[in-house]
Design a protein around this ligand. Structure first.
Ligand SMILES: Cc1cc2nc3c(=O)[nH]c(=O)nc-3n(C[C@H](O)[C@H](O)[C@H](O)COP(=O)(O)O)c2cc1C
Length: 185
């Protein structure tokens, strides 16, 4: 049997009750058998400082190492003021530096987003996809997992309960695994 596809995922929110973290937890439950998914918490990654990019803080070193070791990346993004939140962009900036040592280079990637609004973070997703151009990442185009009115889809324990959304996440992960396999052959 082929080696499992290693997916590394993170959500662009530090909030304990984050809906995007709930999507990521659901993804851990729904990951196909032929893959494994590690969810990483961005808590503790400081504001980017280019003076430190050659010897970044430990948490950033760990983040970069895990991205480099992964076959594929999964990002769950909130939408903040019609774009991706600073927490996510900050983490991406660290891992993309120094120039010539980006952890993201050539990686397949899938995106999910959850918002309390009616567009489910669509605008943030398209901005995030723009970052993938310079990062030289290869995003999955379909399915698009955008979760509107997230408040109604996550229970008090932080579990994603909406069945349709869970199915979409499963579909996204299957798509990501198939996509990542093509990069390994
Ligand atoms: C600073 C800020 C800006 C926001 N801007 C948007 C926005 O542009 N679009 C949107 O749908 N929701 C927006 N929201 C609401 C978020 O959808 C909501 O806070 C959501 O719970 C954030 O994701 P999380 O639960 O993963 O932390 C904003 C929230 C904050 C705190």
């Amino acid at each position: 049997m082929d080696k499992k596809i290693a997916i590394f995922g993170f959500a662009g929110s530090l909030r304990k009750a984050s809906y995007n973290k709930a999507l990521l937890r659901a993804a851990v439950e729904l990951v196909p058998k032929e893959a494994e998914l590690e969810a990483f918490d961005l808590e503790g990654i400081p504001a980017f400082n280019q003076d430190l990019e050659n010897n970044p803080p430990e948490k950033v070193k760990e983040f970069k190492k895990k991205i480099k070791a992964a076959d594929a990346i999964l990002m769950a993004t909130p939408e903040a003021n019609y774009t991706i939140p600073g927490v996510l962009k900050n983490a991406i900036d660290w891992a993309s530096r120094p120039y010539g040592d980006s952890a993201f280079d050539g990686k397949p990637v899938a995106v999910m987003s959850a918002s309390i609004g009616m567009l489910g973070g669509a605008r943030a997703q398209y901005h995030l996809r723009q970052c993938f151009v310079w990062l030289n990442m290869y995003p999955i185009n379909a399915p698009e997992v955008m979760v509107p009115f997230a408040r109604d889809k996550v229970d008090a324990n932080g579990r994603l309960t909406d069945q349709k959304t869970r199915e979409k996440i499963k579909e996204l992960l299957e798509s990501l695994v198939a996509w990542a396999r093509r990069f390994k052959s």
